[in-house]
Design a binder for this molecule. Structure first.
Ligand code: ADP
Ligand code: MG
Length: 342
């Protein structure tokens, strides 16, 4: 703790963080590491567990979509990753910054320099009385010298051009379309060159064409600037346009879809999609509800290890075992049976 009270340069913090990351077993390229993250809210005497032991690793340079039903904990997770909220238990780190243990000064610096965010409501992203250029320059002015003053004007122009809103340079938000406002908001989020960009339903209030433009802008940011991007979305089009989609259910990551482009012998590209279930650090995984229902798997399942996979079977051997079990095992079998009918 005493270490954080001594002023150190950002470069030094980043170097220490890289050292720590290569030691935590996930390799130096793990940018976001959440371990058994819990966030409990108390509202009117009622406890809500918004995050219930969430595990997530995102590697540097990834473009990831986070999907899930309303109320599943997506915004809660993003607020923790943005340094705006503190988890009740578990650990979360971004670029080696421990989000559970930062003091106020480190937190402010983290929010200004390490992470950028875009919210669903354009009004929350842009100041209405400033032009696009002034909005983008503002974080640089507040940013503690990460970007040098003489670079401000050129950087503002470059960012607006990159996001396809160079023509909005001197416009105030109400003279821009919703899509232009959100792309300008992305430029604002990138002003101080963060390593991570978080976007919470950035296309939620847009028509499909504007949404597509915002999505293209986020992909451009990922590809051209190498920024790691995490997008929370309801929009199936967004989820199908990224390589990795992580699903969150009841405050936990439950499954993910990876899309891979492969080339055949003639060089033709095909995109294959594969769905995975999440295996947490303790080895737990959740069977997809439709699989479990189809095979009537409840309460317990029988696993068999094969050379290259694990088979999951319904516990239909229960009856057979009970018939043939030796006398001293019968009691235990019957107990198990009672459990499974609860
Ligand atoms: P999502 O973004 O996936 O729709 P949220 O993260 O906003 O979900 O919310 C997850 C759960 O936590 C919901 O049940 C929500 O009502 C609750 N929640 C979120 N923020 C608060 C808060 N500040 N106080 C009380 N409950 C909250
Ligand atoms: Mg939300």
């Amino acid at each position: 703790m005493s270490r954080s009270t001594v002023p150190v340069s950002l470069a030094e913090l980043e170097r220490r963080a890289a050292d720590e990351r290569s030691e935590d077993g996930r390799g130096p390229d793990a940018l976001i590491v959440c371990d058994r993250l819990v966030r409990i809210f108390t509202a009117g005497g009622v406890e809500v567990q918004a995050l219930q032991g969430l595990d997530l690793v995102v590697r540097t340079g990834e473009l990831t979509a986070l999907v899930g039903a309303s109320g599943s904990g997506k915004s809660t997770l993003l607020n923790v990753l943005a340094g705006l909220d503190v988890p009740s238990a578990g650990t979360a780190s971004v670029a080696g910054f421990d989000l559970t243990a930062m003091d106020a000064a480190a937190r402010l610096r983290y929010r200004r320099e390490v992470v950028g965010f875009v919210w669903q409501q354009a009004a929350r992203n842009l100041l209405p009385f400033l032009t696009a250029a002034q909005n983008v320059a503002l974080p640089m002015r507040l940013g503690g010298g990460r970007i040098r003053r003489r670079q401000w004007a050129a950087r503002v122009r470059d960012l607006l051009d990159l996001l396809g809103v160079g023509h909005c340079h001197d416009r105030v938000p109400h003279r821009m379309s919703g899509g232009e406002q959100q792309r300008t908001a992305v430029a604002v989020a990138l002003a101080n060159a963060p390593v991570l960009l978080l976007a919470d339903e950035p296309t939620g209030e847009l028509d499909s064409r504007a949404a597509e433009e915002v999505l293209t802008a986020l992909r451009t940011v990922n590809e051209e600037l190498g920024t790691t991007v995490l997008i929370v979305t309801h929009d199936a089009a967004v989820a199908s346009a990224v390589r990795r989609t992580v699903a969150i259910r009841d405050g936990r990551t439950s499954s993910e879809v990876l899309r891979r482009a492969t080339r055949d012998g003639k060089g033709a590209e095909t995109v294959t999609t594969q769905e995975y279930v999440t295996v947490d650090r303790a080895g737990r995984l959740q069977l997809p509800a439709e699989f479990a229902e189809k095979l009537a798997i409840r309460d317990r399942a029988r696993l068999t290890l094969r050379p290259d996979h694990i088979a999951v079977h319904r516990d239909d051997a229960g009856e057979v075992l009970r018939e043939s079990a030796p006398e001293d095992l019968r009691g235990a079998q019957a107990d198990g049976g009672r459990d499974s009918r609860r």
